[in-house]
Design a binder for this molecule. Sequence first.
Ligand code: NAP
Length: 487
Amino acid sequence: MFELNDSALLKTKLFINGEWVESDSGESFPVHSPATNQILATVANAGKSETRYAINCANNAMQLWQQTTAKHRANLLKKWFDLVTEHTEDLSKILTLEQGKPILEARAEVTYGAAYIEWFAEEAKRMYGDVIPSNHPNQRTLTLKQPVGVVAAITPWNFPIAMITRKVAPALAAGCAVVIKPAEATPLCALALAELASRAGLPKGLLSVVVGTNAAEIGQELSTNSIVKKLSFTGSTPVGKLLLKATADTVKKVSMELGGNAPFIVFEDTDIELAVEAAMASKFRNAGQTCVCANRFIVHSSIAQEFTEQLVAKVKGLKIGNGIEQDVTIGPLINKNAVNNMQVLVDDALAANATLEIGGTPLEQEGNYYPPTVLSSVTPEMRVFKEEIFGPIAPILTFDTEEQAISLANATDAGLASYIFTQCQRKIWRVSEKLENGIVGVNEGIISSEVAPFGGVKTSGLGREGSKYGLDDYTEIKYICIGNIEE
Ligand code: NAP
């Protein structure tokens, strides 16, 4: 099933303290293909004891690592980047097989994920402090940035490579050690990344991967162990809230990249073709399973019909199927539950008089497929408006005034990404400033990049990943006051 150029990248044991080990219980769990539901591999099933051991090893490994020069850390990260890039094809295959996204998208994710390693290799050397003009002539005021301590990283299945590199690269660059808990559905990408980090020469214990079926048990240890000083989580808002509460007793620094409900506003002065192209990329990439994907299309009533017709025509051109086939443009959903959720959301909308433009019924074939679906005449009372869909459903509703559009866009607790389409420069400023989101894409459907700060407001989270700000989440600022310098 895995025809890899380098078969040693397929790892099925835990990676702890630089070694590949079985779980303490000797148990393992199956990893399934979302395209066929067949078992791809069985992987060692970790729990609390392995997690605690990995944390202790991370603490030991950090003692030396934090004393290395930034240049040393940068060079090591650069080697990891080179190895990930060199093995793009194998990593993409593993990604598509366990996660389901089309192979072209998998390659794009490997490139995107690797870019964070390269970026933070460079940023490691720019972890500057300050010399601040003091209030007293015989004092000097300085700041240093220091590594925050051992980091726990809990990541989701939808971007099983990039969501890891976005956390691990800045943590290592800052001088921290990391214990990763990837999603049960996609452990193989995480383990392959660890193998490449090990080949790059990363000292033992600095990066461990614990995978298992009992996320709550592993998560409990990561979020309550007093050695862990920082928890970085990407996943759903309910689990993020649980983890926030769990970290309170040991007062950890936290980053929370949580769920979105992105508005995609199309004004009447828009180039409709451009907006439809962007809508396709934003909505149907990864079969709609992205936290920044357009969740609600809010379209001016004067162009809604044309926008809908063009979108439906494009949707007809998508090829749904097993992502490992080169011409497939939309893959399966992660599991059967996700398929069932789509039907529940569509049925709820149709019962409240939405119009089904295309799609709307699960495909009668092996695997977890749901067809790309477009709904019009959607209203704010429907679940597709209120909830994060996390699948290939595009709900369209209309507006007449700019105020109405903004008010619909902001009518959610989530505040991750948003999109606006207009050719009016003044409107771009006005609306961007009023949207309650961490990210605004203007005339653009794909907005993620290692150079830009990624993160949300409201219940979408805390902290930023990537960009010059991304390193700050893994550092503490120390203020040093040097007094009595006059003789
Ligand atoms: P999830 O269920 O919250 O899972 C995310 C991670 O948390 C997985 O590793 C999961 O492990 C683990 N987990 C689950 N329950 C846990 C618990 N009680 N304690 C500790 N860890 C626990 O989310 P998902 O369904 O995988 O991912 C989809 C969500 O992630 C969406 O809401 C999406 O918007 C969000 N997301 C956000 C961003 C962002 O940057 N803001 C990026 C990507 C995704 P198991 O899978 O092994 O159960």
